[in-house]
Design a protein around this ligand. Structure first.
Ligand code: NAD
Length: 360
């Protein structure tokens, strides 16, 4: 059987972006060999390099490339060279622009603790045992996007931030979270502050309504303050967490730190349908760019996430995840996760070990 060709737009970006994306492309190739899938990859300029070559961080042709693709694989953007540029000529402006233009309304961040890296976390290994969760964060609504202003109040100057959510915004992200839960442990924690916030009460109503369509998923409502505590106390009890923009911003960073290293964390931003943009959580790491020592695992795991969430290639995703685990269990480490830095291996060596460990 010949698989349908999947189009992937590849945006390496700046700093270590192109290095780590290069290793992820090797994983795509290996997946084609092992599983018979077909990928068509095309690269586009994005971020600082696009500013240098095209005068804008998000050139129109790059946007078209992404719109015509089934998924986008992004490295990272930014660096000191562009730090003092005006807002429209900053690489990070391209990131906001691409998310908006592609209608990406949710951010997905897995936090998986690899047994052999438990020591890298600040939490006790026994607390982390078995932690494998996903935070689904609403990305385009809530207090970050509400009306903001200053005014003169009875006691002098005041500042106001408004938080608005409508039913449709809540429903689409909640449905996405239920769908993700169905592909995993079938447990969903919806996080809100329904004891004080009206937007949270609406959120909870919508969650309860959508839950009827997913009888197999075990749902719990957790107040955000309690969730922040439980993530540190019993992280392994969570499967999928869904929450609004600001709570998700904070909780996804907290969950990320459970795993210990930024070089290991993948992420996805999803819109309607199966389209998604996949990228490591880390930035362009200008301090180590060009030295061939960056950790490619976050980007490689982003490919596994793409297989699961956009293409439904669960077997291939599992093959990548198992290969990463096998290589780490065998003691191989890049500098960022190595205890003995003198034994650290480079970016390409790590990528090679992972593709060699991939099995059908
Ligand atoms: P960073 O994530 O780039 O680096 C933080 C630290 O972690 C550095 O010491 C770096 O060497 C290390 N690190 C990060 N990824 C690593 C990897 N894969 N392997 C080994 N070590 C790794 O964050 P920063 O230093 O705050 O930002 C650097 C630039 O990246 C800035 O211009 C920032 O705006 C940009 N940035 C971009 C994104 C993105 O593209 N989505 C995200 C965050 C930061």
């Amino acid at each position: 059987m010949t698989a349908e060709v999947k189009k992937i737009a590849v945006l390496g970006g700046d700093g270590i972006g192109p290095e780590v994306v290069g290793e992820a492309l090797k994983v795509l190739k290996k997946t084609e060999e092992l599983f018979g899938y077909q990928f068509e990859t095309e690269s586009g300029l994005f971020g600082g390099i696009a500013i240098d070559e095209k005068g804008t961080p998000l050139p129109q042709e790059t946007l078209e490339l992404c719109k015509n693709a089934d998924a986008v694989l992004l490295g990272a953007v930014g660096g000191p060279k562009w730090d003092n540029n005006s807002k429209e000529l900053r690489p990070e402006t391209g990131l906001l622009g691409i998310r908006k233009a592609l209608g990406l309304f949710s951010n997905i961040r897995p936090a998986t603790v690899f047994d052999c890296l438990k020591e890298a976390s600040t939490l006790k290994p026994e607390v982390l045992e078995g932690t494998d969760l996903i935070v689904v964060r609403e990305l385009t609504g809530g207090i970050y996007f509400g009306e903001k202003f200053r005014r003169e109040g009875a006691q002098g100057e005041e500042a106001v931030d408004t938080c608005v959510y409508n039913v449709q915004e809540v429903e689409r992200i909640v449905r996405q979270a239920f769908d993700i839960a169905m592909t995993r442990g079938k447990r969903l924690a919806s996080v809100d502050k329904a004891n004080v916030l009206e937007t949270s009460r609406l959120w909870r109503e919508v969650v309860n309504r959508v839950a009827v369509e997913y009888p197999e998923v075990e749902l719990e409502h957790v107040l955000v303050d309690n969730c922040a505590m439980q993530l540190l106390r019993r992280p392994s009890s969570f499967d999928v967490i869904v929450t609004e923009n600001m709570f998700g911003d904070i909780l996804s960073d907290e969950a990320a730190m459970l795993t210990g290293s930024i070089g290991m964390l993948s992420s996805a931003s999803l819109g309607e349908g199966s389209f998604g943009l996949y990228e490591p959580v880390h930035g362009s790491a200008p301090d180590i760019a060009g030295q061939g020592i960056s950790n490619p695992i976050a980007t490689i795991l982003s490919v596994a996430l793409m297989f699961r969430l956009t293409f439904g290639y669960h077997e291939a995703a599992a093959s990548i995840e198992a290969a990463v685990k096998e290589v780490l269990d065998a003691g191989h480490r890049t500098g960022d996760i190595a205890v003995d830095k003198s034994k650290a291996i480079g970016t390409t060596a790590m990528g090679d070990l992972i593709i060699n460990a991939m099995k059908k």
